[in-house]
Design a protein around this ligand. Structure first.
Ligand code: SF4
Ligand code: SF4
Length: 228
């Protein structure tokens, strides 16, 4: 699939998720940013979506902000969502990964706000909570919302199955190099050279039996995008 077609599919997926969360009763509001940590991850497709929308001045600024964060501790995933689904189905162990919100805020955060809010990746879009996280110390999501978010992560990885996943800082900096963006457009991006992990196609959805009926309308919408 060509990059423009993949980007179009990604934005359709974001829109479907946005309609889903619009109907939820959430405590999330502007300048509420406890969830904006430097542990956010994204796919190369989402990074391309951000970079495609920025002009050269904005890109340089973003690169500088992220470059300053490369020496800081951050979550660097060892396994993608679709690999987790595959391993769980086979009863295989998952790697131990450390991820601590206290490692610090997202390097982009300015005045408690995201300067690229409309472009934010899915991992930011699905950081939602029914209660104010600053009061209860964590996000409060019901099990069905967690299932839906996992499915969307799986579909986004599937759309980018010839790409990579990694920490926001690592993926954006890697893909902002013109030679890497060219390699990505030609489906030959080397993941490990950028501290990233290879994406996988979706083989099995992580939807428990108790959520299948409720999730069916969303799954039908996502299927239309994946099979377009
Ligand atoms: S997830 Fe929590 S910290 Fe983030 S916007 Fe929502 S309520 Fe605020
Ligand atoms: S990219 Fe934006 S929305 Fe996402 S964590 Fe950073 S500041 Fe928050």
């Amino acid at each position: 699939m060509k990059l423009q077609q993949k980007l179009q599919s990604l934005h359709q997926v974001y829109d479907i998720y946005g309609s889903f969360t619009d109907a939820l009763d959430l405590a999330c509001r502007k300048q509420c940013c406890r969830c904006c940590t430097r542990n956010v991850t994204l796919t190369s497709l989402e990074a391309a979506s951000i970079l495609e929308e920025l002009d050269s001045i904005e890109k340089d600024r973003l690169r500088r902000q992220l470059q300053d964060a490369t020496s800081l501790e951050r979550f660097q995933p060892q396994i993608t969502t679709n690999e987790i689904a595959d391993r769980c189905a086979l009863g295989e162990a998952l790697p131990e990964e450390s991820c601590d919100p206290n490692w610090g805020p997202c390097p982009l955060l300015e005045n408690r706000s995201c300067p690229h809010y409309s472009l934010r990746p899915f991992a930011c879009r699905c950081l939602i909570s029914r209660s104010d996280c600053s009061k209860i110390g964590h996000a409060d999501m019901d099990e069905f919302v967690l299932t839906v978010s996992s499915v969307f992560l799986q579909v986004i990885e599937h759309l980018d199955s010839d790409g990579c996943t990694g920490n926001f800082t690592d993926v954006i900096l890697y893909l902002s190099k013109p030679e890497n963006m060219s390699a990505y457009r030609e489906s030959r991006l080397a993941c490990s050279a950028g501290n990233l992990i290879r994406n996988r196609p979706l083989k099995r959805l992580m939807v428990p039996p108790s959520h299948r009926t409720q999730a069916a309308p969303l799954l039908r919408q996502l299927q239309r995008i994946v099979h377009a």
